[in-house]
Design a protein around this ligand. Structure first.
Ligand code: F6P
Length: 528
């Protein structure tokens, strides 16, 4: 395969972009009355309108040719076949198995018995806690669940639990503690009663410092209030490292398994999703899986030109690599989706924020852009000014609900705002008399329409983003499933900690870091 940027498919796109540069989207819409209908696709109950982009039929044809030239179809098959496509860690990538529904899957290596057994345990446990059959050490009902985890062991379940808030009953309330800063746990515990509180320690590796530190503090809180023997009724864990979880003091029966073939940021479909089942009920969790399964099926089988995640991926490549866009904005018009941008930050940037390709070469093209965003309409009163009149090209995803929460006027208000924003970003506004009032437009956006904020649609949406990231990783020839970049900082922090606590020189560090260390220690920030 020729290097990506010198490949004919890439070169053709670069030439095409040069030809298209002078044509605005407003002109494209004026020239082509069929554009909105043609640049739209349905999948697993979702509707994607991608007509407000700097594209023509020719753009799509060339982008699809690029995807084909990178063997996207072959990589997709290899992922679904359970091949070890996470080469740097020697692992298969099988988060799709978590929602496959039934086996055998994948061919030749059936993981479904383990998946189904774990789902059955999740169902039994969440039912028992919700029904009141599971009680704390002093016989009290569980009114509050605290998930202790970080990164993929936090962002996914946190986001979905919040998104499905409307499906939860009054009990249990589910809280999330992630930060190693004790303030996170300290802000959560005072409102809780130890006798009524259940902790879930979620850590794939069970070595993550923040999570283990918070878990120890939580264990002290329970043991201090109820005695050490009560701990077993107030803790469960989710981990691929069952041994470490039992060393922490948990009975093996309280540990829900995970597997090395599930990446942390792809794990909300596993027992990491237990908070979702506890908050919204297992049935809702099962519907979430069903929605994701429908999107998996679409992604695996639909032709690329009608494949929703593939089209999302190609549009991202188009802007990142041919227009120099360095960021991508996510704008859910639903307050209960306000964690979606944070969740997608890890999904996209930890997956594709890479500089070396699968063959070990430093790449000469952009990979993942910065993902950012916020829930509308809050975002409008904050940073949309830059989208409308700033100097940066920022493609956006508007996420909208066809049916929103009551009252109808509130949903109409949100929808009107979202549509107004995407229309204004595309068309702009002329004002020759007052240039400060003019909007140049030509700012691209997709609109993803969900039937409602319900589990199936949400599952389909999240799976679509997962596959978008996968497809982009294939095109950029990077391994989307490792994250070596975050390891070095952890090692440095481990080395710095004793310097802060006990003093001593750190000659291996740069002058700036040494000066900061000395200043913080001088201000009592160390252990003296
Ligand atoms: O440091 C990054 C990371 O490894 C993420 O990839 C992961 O989601 C997070 O830490 C938490 O890891 P664990 O679930 O093993 O505690």
């Amino acid at each position: 395969m020729p290097p990506l940027t010198s490949s004919p498919a890439w070169q053709a796109l670069a030439a095409h972009r040069a030809r298209l540069a002078g044509t605005s989207m407003r002109e494209l819409f004026a020239q082509d009355p069929g554009r909105a209908a043609r640049f739209a696709v349905e999948a697993a109950g979702l509707h994607l309108d991608y007509s407000k982009h700097r594209i023509t039929d020719e753009t799509l044809r060339l982008l699809l040719a690029l995807a084909a030239s990178r063997d996207l179809g072959g990589w997709t098959r290899r992922m679904f076949d359970g091949e070890k496509i996470n080469a740097s860690e020697g692992r298969a990538v099988l988060h799709v198995a978590l929602r496959a529904g039934r086996g055998p899957f994948p061919p030749g290596r059936d993981v479904m018995p383990e998946v189904e057994a774990t789902l059955a345990r999740m169902r039994a446990f969440s039912d028992a806690v919700r029904s009141g059959e599971w009680r704390g050490g002093t016989g009290e009902l569980v009114t509050d669940v605290v998930n202790i985890g970080i990164g993929g062991s936090d962002l996914g379940p946190r986001m979905v639990t919040r998104a499905l808030r409307a499906f939860g009953g009054p009990r249990p309330r589910v809280h999330f503690v992630a930060n190693g800063d004790p303030a996170d746990l300290a802000a959560t515990l005072p409102a809780l009663d130890p006798a009524h509180t259940l902790f879930i320690v979620a850590s794939k590796t069970f070595t993550t410092v923040e999570t283990l530190t918070n878990a120890r503090r939580a264990r002290e809180w329970i043991a201090g209030a109820l005695g050490g023997r009560a701990v077993g009724r107030h803790f469960a864990a989710v981990s691929a490292n069952v041994e470490a979880a039992t060393e922490f003091g948990l009975d093996e029966s309280a540990v829900f398994p995970m597997w090395d073939w599930v990446g942390g940021r792809y794990s909300l479909w596993s027992a990491v999703g237990l908070p979702i089942a506890l908050a919204a009920g297992y049935e809702r969790f099962a519907e979430l899986l069903a929605g994701a399964r429908a999107m998996d099926e679409h992604f695996r089988t639909a032709p690329a030109e009608r494949n929703l995640p593939v089209l999302m991926a190609l549009l991202g490549v188009w802007y990142a690599n041919f227009w120099g866009a360095q960021s991508h904005c996510v704008l859910p018009y639903a307050e209960d989706l306000h964690y979606l941008p944070a969740y997608l930050q890890q999904l996209e940037m930890e997956s594709n924020g890479k500089r070396v390709d699968r063959d070990g070469n430093v790449v000469d093209y952009a990979t993942a852009p910065v993902i950012w965003g916020a829930a509308g309409t809050n975002s409008q009163h904050s940073f949309h000014q830059l989208l409308h009149q700033g100097r940066l090209l920022v493609p956006s995803d508007f996420v909208l609900l066809a049916r929103g929460a009551e009252p109808a006027e509130a949903h109409a208000m949100l929808t009107a705002n979202a549509l107004a924003q995407s229309a204004a970003l595309m068309a702009g506004k002329d004002d020759p008399q007052a240039p400060h009032r003019a909007l140049p437009g030509n700012q691209p956006s997709s609109t993803l329409l969900l039937p409602a904020l319900e589990p199936r649609a949400l599952g389909a949406l999240l799976a679509a983003y997962e596959h978008k990231v996968f497809a982009q990783g294939v095109i950029w020839n990077v391994n989307s499933f490792d994250q070596w970049g975050v390891e070095h900082g952890k090692v440095l922090a481990r080395g710095l900690l004793p310097r802060l606590l006990e003093g001593g020189e750190a000659p291996e560090l740069d002058a700036s870091t040494r000066a900061l260390l000395a200043r913080i220690r001088g201000n009592g920030g160390g252990g003296d």
